[in-house]
Design a protein around this ligand. Structure first.
Ligand code: NIG
Ligand code: FE
Length: 411
């Protein structure tokens, strides 16, 4: 099956030589080709270039993109889209002045979602969650990471991971699964945190390994949740089963978790709303991707990750949604890209790089997606007619997507 996209006003994020990720000043460059063609064969990008160089070959389908742009789909490296029910009651509590932490302390928050998750069947969880997966695909997400972490019992954590596994089998986008059993200490282990962590290691990790239910391991390293020592404990245990760390860290407090993440070769450290200078120093010249989640900052009215300062210090940044029922009930990566520009002073080039190639790296998919490169999957966004790619973040609260292509096929 051969599909030719022709007369593309601008083909965005073109990388002849595949890069793993972009850091510092490299993020300012967004290579494009104006008046371009793009050829897809059997779902894979096989050729692209200027229209005048478009080969005259027979194709199965031709798509005329006059006035429109094409860019690689968004790569959302941090989500919690498998969950049960919603938490709009807590949203109203926050409007009335309670903080995220105060709500959690009175039994809301993650424990509220875990109660709902423990009660729901795997099938009902699949049905509720697939609505969100399909919603974000329509909004341009063409690769996604999904975490467990609302189960907090062996049975319920495995139920979440099995739903993610079924998504991997049934949807045409790359999906990565992360085990986040250490998301909160459940009430049944209230004064026995170490016993809870030991339960995760003894009762869940072996099944995850046996059934290949996760690619990554995560922990909420935060005051009132899990300490730096707990983080080292869980990352060490995950390592025994080949699980690479991607951790929640520095959301409300900087307690030293970034160093532990880097020591364990974390693929990413996520949130980073509170960053001390030494946290920035630790991340320099490492293979660990800092991931910012601006929709979470927006929804909770907490500080934004100091992306400008981090990029100016030479670091890479990836952008992700954090779609979850408590801190970010939205998986709209178009909004994420806009908010990164508006609130974090990232340029459109930096934000698009952060939400494509750097996002792909943050879930180990940089060889498959994240740029227009020969050999990569043709997971693409075809825009509406727009004047420039800067219009994508500029038109905040809206999106400029006309059509989504996954593996070269309209979705
Ligand atoms: O990434 N911060 C920790 N976990 C989630 C929110 C969890 C929840 O409130 O349900 C996050 O923001
Ligand atoms: Fe999260």
């Amino acid at each position: 099956m051969r599909t030719l996209f022709k007369n593309i006003k601008e083909l965005i994020q073109v990388r002849d030589n595949s890069v793993s990720f972009l850091s510092g000043t490299e993020m300012k460059e967004l290579p494009t080709i104006t008046n371009a063609f793009l050829l897809v064969e059997n779902g894979i990008i096989s050729n692209y270039g200027k229209m005048i160089d478009c080969p005259t070959i027979s194709v199965d389908k031709t798509i005329d993109a006059t006035g429109k742009m094409i860019l690689p789909s968004w790569c959302d490296s941090h989500t919690h889209i498998v969950y049960a029910g919603n938490r709009e009651g807590e949203f109203v509590d926050r409007i009335h002045g309670l903080s995220y932490e105060e709500i959690a302390n009175k039994g809301g928050g993650i424990l509220n979602s875990s109660k709902k998750l423990q009660e729901i069947s795997e099938e009902a969880l699949y049905q509720q969650s697939k609505i969100r997966l399909e919603e974000v695909i329509k909004l341009g997400t063409g690769a996604i990471e999904i975490k467990s972490g609302y189960g907090l019992t062996a049975e319920a954590e495995l139920k979440m991971l099995r739903v993610i596994k079924r998504f991997k089998e049934h949807y045409p986008i790359p999906i990565k699964a992360t085990f986040l059993g250490a998301h909160a200490v459940p009430d049944t282990y209230k004064t026995k945190k170490q016993a809870y962590l030991q339960m995760l290691v003894d009762e869940i990790l072996p099944t995850i390994a046996k059934e290949k239910l996760a690619d990554y391991i995560d922990i909420f390293c935060e005051t009132g949740y899990f300490s730096v020592k707990d983080t080292a404990f869980i990352l060490e245990a995950g390592k025994q089963y080949g699980l690479i760390p991607k951790i929640h860290v520095n959301q409300f407090n900087a307690i030293g978790g970034i160093k532990t993440g880097v020591n364990y070769n974390a693929l990413s450290v996520d949130h980073l709303e509170i960053m001390h200078n030494d946290d920035i120093e630790i991340l320099k010249n490492t293979q660990t991707m800092p991931v910012a989640l601006p929709s979470c900052s927006y929804f909770l009215s907490i500080p934004y990750t100091p992306a400008r300062k981090m990029i100016d210090a030479g670091l890479p940044i990836a952008l992700a949604s954090d779609y979850n029922p408590g801190s970010t009930p939205s998986g709209n990566m178009n909004f994420v890209v806009s908010t990164a520009c508006i609130k974090m002073k990232m340029t459109p080039e930096e934000a698009i790089n952060a939400a494509t190639i750097n996002g792909a790296y943050a879930m180990g998919l940089e060889k498959e997606v994240g740029s227009i490169t020969v050999g990569k999957k043709a997971n693409l966004i075809l825009t509406k007619p727009i004047n420039s790619y800067g219009f994508i973040p500029y038109s905040f609260g809206n999106h400029q997507i006309e059509k989504i292509y996954l593996n070269g096929k309209s979705w």
